[in-house]
Design a protein around this ligand. Structure first.
Ligand SMILES: NC(=O)c1ccc[n+]([C@@H]2O[C@H](COP(=O)([O-])OP(=O)(O)OC[C@H]3O[C@@H](n4cnc5c(N)ncnc54)[C@H](OP(=O)(O)O)[C@@H]3O)[C@@H](O)[C@H]2O)c1
Length: 218
C-alpha cells in the first residue's frame, strides 16, 4: 500500500486522483483551503481531508509523516492579488514550497501538475511560474514527474464555460482533429487523472507532454 498526499485533492483533477488511489486501497490524504469537497460519493469518506493553505506548511506538515508520494495539483488561471492569488505565487511558489517540504520529509516521489500552454488572455507569468517550479522540483532529492497537459475537460470543469467545455469534449473525441492541436490538444480529465495517479505510484519518465499523458492515461 502506498500513502499519498494530494495537495489540491479537492479540485477538478486532484479529486479524481484521490478517487483512483482510494479505489486501489491506498491511504490517501488531501490538503486544500476548503477541505473536503461537496461531493456526495462514498469514496470521499476514505480520504483524510485537511483544511489548510499550502502557504501555511506549519498547519499541514504532519500530513507528510509516512507519505510515499506527493501529488501537487494546485493552480489558478485567474488572479486576485489582494488575496495573494497571483500566478507567481499559486502556480510557482506553492509547488516549490510543497516540494521542499516533501523532500525534507523524505518522500520518495513528487508529481507536479504543470501546464503545456498558457490559457488565452492571461499573463505570460501563468506559464513562466510553472516552468520556474518545474526547474526547482527537478533539482530536489526525490523521483519527480512533471505533467504538462493542455486544456482539460470533463464534468465539473470549473475554469471554462459549459460551451467551451463541451467544445473541447467534441474536439477531444475526434482524434484526427485533436492531434493537429499539438500541445493545445484537449484531454479528458479522467485521462489526466489516470496518468497523474500512475506516475505517483510508479514514476517512470520525469516529463510527460500531452501525448505522453494521453498514452499513460488511457
Ligand atoms: N483544468 C485544466 O484545464 C488544466 C490544464 C492544464 C494544467 N492544469 C493544472 O492542473 C492542476 C489542477 O488543476 P484543476 O483544474 O484541478 O484546478 P482546480 O479545480 O482549481 O483545483 C485546485 C485545487 O487546489 C486547491 N488550492 C488552491 N489554492 C490553494 C492553496 N493556496 N492552498 C491549498 N490548496 C489550494 C483548491 O482547493 P481550495 O480552493 O479549497 O484551496 C483545489 O483543491 C493545476 O496545477 C493546473 O494548473 C489544469
Amino acid at each position: 500500500m502506498t500513502t499519498f498526499l494530494v495537495v489540491g485533492g479537492s479540485g477538478f483533477i486532484g479529486r479524481r486522483v484521490c478517487r483512483l488511489a482510494v479505489r486501489d486501497g491506498h491511504e490517501v490524504r488531501s490538503v486544500s483551503r476548503r477541505g473536503q469537497p461537496a461531493v456526495d460519493a462514498a469514496w470521499t469518506d476514505r480520504v483524510s481531508w485537511t483544511t489548510a493553505d499550502a502557504f501555511r506548511p506549519d498547519v499541514w506538515r504532519d500530513r507528510l509523516d509516512g507519505a510515499d508520494s506527493v501529488v501537487h495539483s494546485v493552480g489558478t488561471i485567474s488572479e486576485s492579488p489582494a488575496d495573494g492569488v497571483t500566478f507567481e505565487r499559486v502556480n510557482g511558489d506553492a509547488a516549490i514550497l510543497t516540494a521542499l517540504e516533501a523532500e525534507r520529509a523524505g518522500v520518495g516521489t513528487y508529481v507536479f501538475l504543470s501546464s503545456a500552454v498558457k490559457p488565452p488572455g492571461v499573463r505570460n507569468a501563468y506559464l513562466s511560474a510553472k516552468r520556474r517550479a518545474e526547474a526547482a522540483v527537478a533539482d530536489l532529492d526525490f523521483d519527480h514527474v512533471t505533467l504538462r497537459p493542455g486544456p482539460v475537460y470533463g464534468s465539473g470543469q470549473p475554469h471554462f464555460s459549459a460551451v467551451v467545455n463541451a467544445a473541447f469534449r467534441v474536439i477531444g473525441s475526434i482524434p484526427p482533429v485533436a492531434s493537429r492541436l499539438g500541445e493545445s490538444r484537449p484531454l479528458p480529465v479522467e485521462t489526466v487523472a489516470r496518468a497523474t495517479y500512475r506516475s505517483a505510484l510508479e514514476p517512470d519518465e520525469s516529463l510527460l507532454d500531452v501525448e505522453d499523458i494521453r498514452s499513460l492515461g488511457r
